[in-house]
Design a protein around this ligand. Structure first.
Ligand SMILES: C[S@@+](CC[C@H](N)C(=O)[O-])C[C@H]1O[C@@H](n2cnc3c(N)ncnc32)[C@H](O)[C@@H]1O
Length: 307
């Protein structure tokens, strides 16, 4: 995903090599992360694809199966990784992640503390944001989750930007070695207020903290504690509305009912100028998706008060 070797930087020009992690994209809602290995096949409803046929192709290539079906081979960005990772916990999704990274003011060179690591969804994006000179120190008290997250970060080539440690942050706080050297702290913990005094000790003057909580009662309790050391306390809920875009032709419904969109039969030919002319121009319909992703949680941000 991200390499400390400049010749292998996150680039869509880079060609796929044996051992690379690739996102096999069928549709926006059907993707899979696989590791390329000569001799292995990838199989789906469109047929069989040989890994060896993919080696040497640039990321973004469209590749064909033995039956003429196709998939796209995408570069494993943090955005795509969040959509394909194995869920060992609840995770943060892109709307919250992008908001967190902006409001935490995470830029290359930053030192960030995070707890809990969970499935590493946020950690992956944090790592890219701090690279190439910053670092993310992430803590989870669950040993197996920490170990699996570490494996994922290695697989994504992020290990030089992330250190995963096993620690009870609510009970013990963050390690003293981080005192006053941290730019931002992110908490996704069941009782974040227990970790706030420690987070305040870790932050540099003017540093920013964010706490993610699914319930408003957790937010209220955290805000009570934040009043002691922090200023500019603000809580947000990020709601994402997606739209469906469909092509078709409008027809009067059955028995003269309301207009309905029917599938468009594509019959195109080129004009003398070489432009595409439709015999029957499609209607583009844009409407909000029925299945809207609702509440994920509340994001509470606060800045360390100057002393
Ligand atoms: C919801 S998950 C975090 C998900 C993560 N933000 C992501 O995007 O993948 C919460 C994590 O906090 C960890 N956790 C809970 N209590 C903890 C504590 N006291 N100290 C450290 N980690 C803790 C859990 O083991 C769990 O993995």
């Amino acid at each position: 995903m991200f390499s400390s070797d400049p010749s292998k930087r996150n680039s869509f020009k880079r060609r796929i090599c044996d051992g690379d992690l690739v996102i096999v994209y069928e549709r926006h809602d059907n993707m899979k992360a696989i590791k390329i290995k000569v001799g292995l096949d990838f199989q789906n409803r469109y047929g069989v694809f040989k890994h060896s046929d993919w080696i040497g192709k640039p990321f973004g290539s469209k590749v064909f199966s033995n039956k003429g079906g196709f998939v796209h081979l995408l570069f494993p960005t943090p955005e795509l990784w969040t959509l394909v990772l194995s869920h060992r916990t609840q995770i943060l999704y892109l709307a919250d992640i992008s908001f967190v990274i902006s409001y935490l003011e995470v830029v290359p060179g930053c030192v960030v503390l995070e707890s809990g690591t969970g499935s590493g969804s946020l950690t992956t994006s944090l790592a890219r944001a701090v690279a190439p000179s910053g670092h993310v120190y992430t803590f989870d008290f669950h040993e197996q989750r920490a170990a699996l997250a570490r494996e994922d970060f290695i697989m994504n080539g992020l290990e030089s930007f992330i250190t995963v440690s096993v620690r009870d942050i609510q009970g013990e706080g963050f390690p003293d070695e981080f005192c006053r050297v941290v730019d931002s702290v992110f908490l996704d913990l069941p009782q974040p207020w227990l970790a706030l005094p420690s987070a305040a000790r870790m932050l540099k003057q003017d540093g920013v903290l964010c706490s993610f909580s699914p319930c408003i009662e957790q937010v209220q309790r955290s805000c009570e504690t934040l009043r002691h050391n922090f200023t500019d306390v603000r809580t947000f809920e990020v709601l994402l509305r997606m739209y469906e875009i469909r092509e078709g032709r409008m027809e009067v419904g059955r028995n003269g009912g309301p207009m309905v969109l029917k599938p468009h039969k594509k019959r195109q030919h080129l004009s003398s100028e070489g432009e595409c002319e439709d015999e029957e121009r499609p209607t583009i319909m844009v409407k909000p998706c029925n299945e809207a992703r609702g509440h994920t949680g509340y994001l509470t941000f606060a800045r360390l008060a100057c002393t």
